[in-house]
Design a protein around this ligand. Structure first.
Ligand code: HEC
Length: 185
């Protein structure tokens, strides 16, 4: 038997045995839309997936100083955790300093990341307004948005990041490049 056929046979047996198990012992159940919904929190560069709400640099400063600075430094210089600010003009040097400001190509990724994973000690505890605010403040510390900026689902995708042109797709001719996979413009 070829190895491909062996794999197909094993997959068929596995499928058969799991469906038998489910029928015989009532193990497992169909995942509902309601159960999946909390996991679907991706924010895309196009703005797709960003929630309603808005946040300001001023509100973000307060949140940042109380909820983020202990690990990332008062000015985003990094202490226990990553530096978040500065490093522009270092990417081509022998010692590139990669931060949100110098390296990340999309501002929406900052929303996605903070909303998903920060604060590290209580992830996903922020409201959309709080995430927009703290994102605005991190961008402001990087000199990317002004002190009076208000960010929401419409304005955040329009923020141009310093390194937005610094990424390239795979140039090999036999590689199909799909740089964006969903809801892209
Ligand atoms: C208890 C410490 C702690 C706190 C508080 C915290 N962070 Fe973090 N943060 C981390 C750690 C650790 C990482 C790296 C996580 C990893 O690589 O898996 C990180 C990573 C990040 C990154 C990605 C940096 C990069 O260049 O990869 C961002 C952005 C960030 N945090 C923002 C925030 C914001 C905004 C807050 C406040 C709302 C916050 N963090 C609060 C510990 C913390």
């Amino acid at each position: 038997m070829s190895s491909r056929n062996r794999v197909l046979l094993m997959a068929a047996l596995l499928g058969l045995s799991t469906s038998l198990l489910a029928q015989t012992y009532q193990i497992g159940r169909k995942t509902t839309e309601a159960q999946i919904a909390p996991w679907v929190i991706d924010a895309f560069p196009s703005g797709a997936g960003l929630p309603a709400g808005k946040g300001t640099v001023g509100e973000g400063r307060k949140l940042y100083e109380t909820r983020c600075a202990a690990c990332h430094g008062m000015k985003g210089e990094g202490t226990l955790a990553d530096r978040l600010v500065g490093g522009m003009d270092t990417l081509k040097s022998g010692r590139p300093v990669k931060t949100v400001g110098s390296y990340w190509p999309y501002a929406t990724t900052l929303y996605d990341y903070v909303n998903r994973a920060m604060p590290y000690d209580s992830p996903q505890s922020f409201t959309p307004n709080e995430v927009y605010s703290v994102v605005a403040y991190v961008l402001h510390m990087n000199g990317i948005v002004g002190a009076d900026a208000t960010l929401d689902a419409a304005t955040l995708p329009k923020v141009k990041m310093p390194n937005s042109a610094g990424f390239t797709t795979d140039p090999r001719p036999d590689v199909s490049n799909i740089p964006c996979t969903r809801d892209c413009k």
